[in-house]
Design a protein around this ligand. Structure first.
Ligand SMILES: N[C@@H](CCC(=O)N[C@@H](CS)C(=O)NCC(=O)O)C(=O)O
Length: 196
């Protein structure tokens, strides 16, 4: 249990797009936090003390309560600052669009993370290439959909409604992860793979 005056603590490395979107949102909402740069590999047991799933992001509140799942954490942050500052549009088409874009981008990131884990956590002789190709196809299809939606709103426009929203933050965090971890920009010209 933390003492009542403790700041919020965000657990997880910023190379995770899910941790990164929480950190960027906290920054934009002016919510101070301490950062624990814990790895899901080396610090698994430490993370499990706060999150039974051993996953990041995990956010510890002032009273020690642990929040897990980036979507649920973002919802808490919006609720904490109130509707006038919330990053997810409150209602209507902008909210629906933002949630759909976040789902597509989040899905792409999950499929990318699975590809990374195939090499990080699995010995070479146990890797299954068709599964990796399937994840890659799903990731690239999701990115195509995001490209289409970005083109539809036009250059310089926000993705969901007239203001910066969580859709823009999530897409930016996930794209930068995909670029760094998957070298996506480098092989953007390559044709999408197919799954037999
Ligand atoms: N749906 C989760 C995904 C979080 C996620 O995949 N986190 C990864 C790091 S990028 C993780 O904790 N991996 C360790 C594991 O799943 O065992 C969220 O949005 O918070």
């Amino acid at each position: 249990m933390k003492d009542a005056a403790s700041p919020l603590i965000l657990i997880g490395m910023f190379d995770s797009p899910f941790v990164r979107r929480v950190a960027v949102s906290m920054h934009l909402l002016n919510i101070a936090f301490e950062h624990r740069n814990w790895s899901v590999g080396a610090d698994f047991e430490r993370i499990r003390q706060h999150n039974p799933l051993g996953r990041v992001p995990t956010l510890l509140l002032e009273d020690g309560t642990a929040l897990i799942e980036s979507g649920a954490i973002l919802d808490y942050l919006d609720d904490r600052v109130g509707p006038a500052k919330a990053l997810l549009p409150a209602t209507g088409e902008a909210r629906r669009t933002a949630l759909q874009i976040m789902a597509i981008a989040g899905g792409a990131a999950e499929k990318a993370v699975l590809q990374v884990y195939e090499t990080v956590f699995r010995p070479a002789q146990k890797r299954h290439e068709p599964w990796v190709a399937r994840c890659r196809l799903q990731m690239l299809s999701a990115l195509n959909e995001l490209e289409t939606r970005a083109a539809a709103v036009g250059d310089g426009a926000w993705l969901a409604g007239p203001h910066l929203s969580q859709a823009d933050i999530t897409v930016a965090c996930i794209f930068s992860f995909l670029d760094q971890a998957m070298g996506l920009r480098a092989d953007a010209a390559a044709p999408a793979p197919t799954v037999a």
